[in-house]
Design a protein around this ligand. Structure first.
Ligand code: GLC
Length: 561
């Protein structure tokens, strides 16, 4: 059995493009990260996860890789990367890379070769298919299946050169690799070993539960109002997914110490996650599930469904209890694909922003699992005030907008309303370092505008303020490091039907913790007995009298039982 060190770890995600720009070209870079390592070490995080930094045409901001064994020149060089790795290690932090191998860039030499001729050695490295039977190749509706891509439009691109289509579940510049092919898998494992031999400590694996496809590629179900079928039953947790991950584990991770692997798995169920994360099976250490970030999503993607706390709690409870005996949870509110947590789950108004950012942080970090912090979350950064579609840069936002407005007849305003609340660019605005121009992110023109609230919300101001969100997150991390009940304690959800309070206990041997978060702008009293003599370990606001919590208050109590 491997060492499960990551159970007490906290991971910090860096989106390099938006973190810190040292050379003034408007894009973040590795030198910028090096210059801010003390901000991260000061927070106390154990692991840094870097979103992709490999050479890439940047169609999907680096999730389209054209060379897996080098560094994108915008970000730096392999030498600077080694310096960053050494700098992280010197401060006691590990570093994991993003592994994007469901697809490559269409500019990767593998794909260039594959597309060059139907008899190319690498033809079978990607999913090539002829037009639908009886249809003229390249005409509307002739695509091999009715699948839509995640970013709008068909999941198939016609390629005139050979008269066939290739599959791309994401953009047409992200062709899907064919994991059925042994050479593809060997090439990926070799590349992973190369990075680990260089000193990196593991991988976050992009949409890794999509690598195995039902090779018959069946058409997907058509839902009302959408122009494409849902192909996901054929590629989410596909037939060979466990076999592939076990093979990867054996060829890459077996025999290596102190690694961390986390698989991003849209649509994963608790039962599947148990299999993926059972250490005895040798697949991955933990997965990113999506149930809680899809809780405010309806069948109609262009309707905002208000978040219901009871629903959110039921989801967390299912995952906490489901993985209590076997496997492990990862915990996150935020990443580069989600809107800002304080704007979504808290209240980002000046009156409640700080308290609610701390409250949602408390609730998340006190669950059982490994918490992930996304850059800026530790400052309580908020969503961006987007005005028009021209303010967005994200390929997903632009693709969905085009499909919804141009093809499906939605009004720009209804689509924009949803993009403002949910769009991924909310998370991608520059990290707010200080009150100087462009939030201190760049001396040049930032690739995406800084949030205009940076003069108030920035790291420099918070480093000096013991009451800041930054210092509160530091305490949350410290609590995990020092209190074993936070790491290992059993989880019990309380008040499941309460729409305002999120309450649960954690119990390890004689130590019991009580965590309560008030997800409302009102004072609320928690009806929970037996805690009047307990020790208050943490609160984001002045200590409450009894269990009457102020708006957005969070408390953590400890007692011996
Ligand atoms: C993952 C990434 C996302 C990317 C997609 C395709 O969901 O997190 O940013 O667009 O995969 O690689």
């Amino acid at each position: 059995m491997t060492d499960l060190w990551w159970k007490s770890a906290v991971v910090y995600q860096i989106y390099p493009r938006s973190f810190a720009d040292a050379d003034g070209d408007g894009m973040g870079d590795l030198r910028g990260i090096i210059e801010h390592l003390d901000h991260l070490a000061g927070l106390g995080v154990d692991v840094l996860w870097l979103s992709p930094i490999y050479p890439s045409p940047q169609d999907d901001n680096g999730y389209d890789i054209s060379d897996y064994q080098n560094i994108e020149p915008i970000f730096g060089t392999l030498e600077i990367f080694d310096e960053l790795l050494a700098g992280a290690h010197a401060r006691g932090m590990k570093l994991i890379m993003d592994l994007v191998v469901n697809h490559s860039s269409d500019e990767h030499p593998w794909f260039a070769d594959s597309r060059s001729s139907a008899s190319s050695d690498k033809r079978d490295w990607y999913w090539w298919r002829p037009a639908r039977e009886g249809m003229e190749p390249g005409t509307p509706g002739a695509e091999p299946t009715n699948w839509g891509s995640a970013f709008g439009g068909s999941a198939w691109e016609y390629d005139e050169k050979t008269g066939e289509y290739y599959l791309h579940l994401f953009s047409k510049k992200q062709p899907d690799l064919n994991w059925e092919n042994d050479e593809v898998r060997s090439a990926v494992y070799e590349m992973m070993n190369w990075w680990l031999d260089r000193g990196v400590d593991g991988f976050r694996m992009d949409v890794i539960n999509m690598i195995s496809k039902d090779t018959s590629l069946p058409d997907g179900r058509l839902t009302a109002g959408s122009s494409y079928g849902d192909g996901s039953p054929a590629y989410i947790n596909g037939p060979r997914i466990h076999e592939f991950l076990q093979e990867m584990h054996a060829k890459v991770f077996a025999g290596r110490d102190a690694m961390l692997t986390v698989g991003e798995m849209p649509g994963v169920t608790v039962d599947e996650a148990k299999l993926f994360t059972d250490p005895a099976r040798g697949e991955v250490d933990m997965v990113f599930q999506f149930d809680h970030v899809w809780a405010d999503r309806g069948d109609d993607p262009w309707l905002l469904v208000p978040l219901q706390l009871t629903k959110l709690k039921a989801i967390f409870n299912r995952w906490q209890t489901g993985l209590a005996e076997v496997g492990w949870n990862s915990l996150y509110w935020n990443n580069h694909d989600q809107p800002r947590a304080v704007s979504r789950y808290g209240d980002d108004s000046p009156q409640h922003r700080v308290a609610s950012a701390k409250m949602i942080g408390t609730v998340l970090h006190l669950h059982r699992g490994t918490p992930y912090i996304y850059q800026g979350e530790e400052l309580g950064m908020t969503n961006f005030p987007f005005r028009t579609i021209a303010d967005f840069r994200d390929i997903e936002a632009l693709g969905h907008y085009a499909q919804a407005v141009d093809r499906e007849g939605r009004t720009p305003e209804e689509v924009l309303t949803v993009l403002r609340a949910r769009g991924r660019d909310n998370a991608r605005t520059p990290m707010q370092w200080d009150a100087s121009a462009n939030a201190g992110f760049t001396t040049g023109t930032p690739w995406l505008a800084a949030n205009p609230n940076y003069p108030e919300i920035n790291a420099a101001a918070q480093h000096d303020d013991p009451d800041s969100v930054y210092h509160y997150y530091r305490q949350l991390i410290e609590l995990r490091h020092n209190e074993p009940a936070v790491v290992e304690g059993d989880f019990t959800m309380l008040l499941p039907n309460d729409e305002q309070l999120y309450a649960f206990t954690r119990r390890l041997n004689a130590t019991e913790l009580l965590v309560i978060g008030n997800f409302s702008g009102h004072e609320v009293t928690a009806e929970i007995d037996g805690w009047s003599d307990a020790e208050l370990l943490l609160s984001n606001l002045p200590a409450p009298s009894g269990l009457t919590l102020a708006p957005w208050q969070a408390v953590v109590y400890r007692r011996t039982v």
